[in-house]
Design a protein around this ligand. Structure first.
Ligand SMILES: [Zn+2]
Ligand SMILES: [Zn+2]
Length: 334
C-alpha cells in the first residue's frame, strides 16, 4: 500500500495525478491535461488531450485555435482515467465553464478548485460545496484586507457616474473573458437596457457567451459608430485600451476599471482610473475561509496567491494545511 495521497503530486508548473499520468492546469504542454477554466494561467494550447467542460473547450478553441484532442465533460459527469482514478467536474462560479475537479482514487477524495467565487454571477453556474479529504484552494485575494463589496453597490456607482455625464461616456476596463460579460449582465440586471459599446477585442468572447445562453442585451461595436452615437453610453474595453490612443474616439470618457485589485488605491492610480469598481471573480478573504469551513477537509492545500495568511488562519483553527508554490499564478490579472 502506498502512502495516503501519494498519488497526487504538486509540481511548480501544475499538479500531477501520478497513476493516471495526467496534469491539472499544467503550465506546459503535456500528453493529457485536465483544465479547470479558460484563463491563460490555467489553459494553454498544445496538449495531446484536453479534458474540460464544453464551455471551456469552446473558449480554448477561440483563444488558441485548437480543438484537437478535446474531451468534453459536463458538470456532474465523471470520467474514468487510467490507474483507477475518477474525475468529476463541479461548477466553480468563476467564469463560464469554470470547474472544480474532484479526483477519486483508492477511496481518497481530492478537489482542485481552480479559481472560484461564491457570489452569484448571472454568467456562470454557481460554486457547489463538495466534501473531500484534501481541498486544494486558490488564494488570489487571501488577505483579510480583501473584502469585495456587493456588486450592486459597484453597479450603482457606475450608473450614477453615467447619469452625471450625459454628454460624455464611461469607459470600463474589464478582462475579455468573464469580467466583461459579468459587468454587462449585471448592468442589465440593474435595469440598464441602453446599447453597450464594445472594443473589437471583446466581441467574439461576448458572442460565445451568448451562444451558451448568457443574455447580454444590445451590444454594438465602437468601430461602427460615431462619437455622437456614444454620448451617454457605457463602453467596455480590455484594460490595455484604457490609456491607448484608441480611446480618443470616445466622447469625453470617464475611465473606470472593474477588478478585485481596485481595492488597492495605488493600482487604480497607476492605471489612471478615475472610477475604480471593486468587482472580482475570485473569492475574497471571507469567502475563502467560509468555504474551507463548509467543505471541512482533513487537509487544505493553498495555491495561487497570498498563501501565508490563509495558512496561518488554518493553523489557528487547528486545520492541517500547506502552501503549494505554483509558478506564474501569484498576481493574476482579473
Ligand atoms: Zn481564472
Ligand atoms: Zn487563476
Amino acid at each position: 500500500m502506498s502512502a495516503p495521497f501519494s498519488w497526487i503530486r504538486p509540481e511548480p508548473w501544475g499538479v500531477q495525478i501520478v497513476p493516471a499520468d495526467v496534469w491539472i492546469d499544467p503550465g506546459r504542454a503535456v500528453d493529457r491535461a485536465l483544465v479547470t477554466h479558460g484563463h491563460a494561467d490555467h489553459a494553454r494550447g498544445g496538449h495531446g488531450e484536453t479534458i474540460a467542460t464544453p464551455e471551456t473547450l469552446a473558449i480554448m478553441e477561440l483563444r488558441y485555435n485548437t480543438r484537437e484532442g478535446a474531451v468534453l465533460v459536463e458538470y456532474g459527469e465523471s470520467i474514468k482515467l487510467p490507474g483507477g482514478v475518477e474525475a468529476t467536474y463541479i461548477p466553480a462560479g468563476h467564469v463560464l465553464g469554470s470547474a472544480q475537479i474532484l479526483l477519486e482514487h483508492a477511496g481518497e477524495r481530492v478537489i482542485i478548485t481552480g479559481d472560484y467565487k461564491r457570489r452569484p454571477d448571472p454568467t456562470c453556474a454557481a460554486f457547489r460545496v463538495t466534501p473531500c479529504d484534501i481541498f486544494i484552494t486558490e488564494a488570489t485575494f487571501g488577505l483579510p484586507v480583501f473584502t469585495h463589496p456587493p456588486i450592486e453597490d459597484e453597479m450603482a456607482k457606475l450608473l450614477k457616474a453615467l447619469g452625471e455625464n450625459p454628454d460624455g461616456s464611461i469607459l470600463v476596463g474589464a478582462y475579455a473573458l468573464g469580467k466583461a460579460q459579468r459587468v454587462i449582465a449585471e448592468l442589465r440586471a440593474a435595469g440598464h437596457s441602453d446599447p453597450i459599446y464594445l472594443h473589437g477585442a471583446m466581441e467574439k468572447m461576448c458572442r460565445l457567451y451568448e451562444e451558451h445562453g448568457v443574455e447580454l442585451g444590445d451590444l454594438r461595436l465602437v468601430a461602427d459608430h460615431s462619437k455622437d452615437d456614444m454620448r451617454g453610453a457605457i463602453i467596455v474595453a480590455p484594460p490595455s485600451a484604457l490609456n491607448d490612443r484608441w480611446s480618443r474616439r470616445l466622447p469625453d470618457p470617464i475611465t473606470a476599471m472593474a477588478s478585485g485589485w481596485m481595492r488597492v488605491r495605488g493600482r487604480a492610480r497607476q492605471r489612471g482610473v478615475q472610477l475604480p469598481l471593486v468587482i472580482s471573480d475570485h473569492a475574497d478573504w471571507n469567502e475563502l475561509t467560509a468555504t474551507i469551513d463548509e467543505v471541512n477537509p482533513a487537509e487544505t492545500w493553498i495555491t495561487h496567491g497570498r498563501e501565508e495568511a490563509l495558512l496561518r488562519w488554518c493553523e489557528l483553527g487547528q486545520r492541517k494545511a500547506r502552501a503549494l508554490a505554483l509558478v506564474g499564478r501569484e498576481d493574476e490579472d482579473e
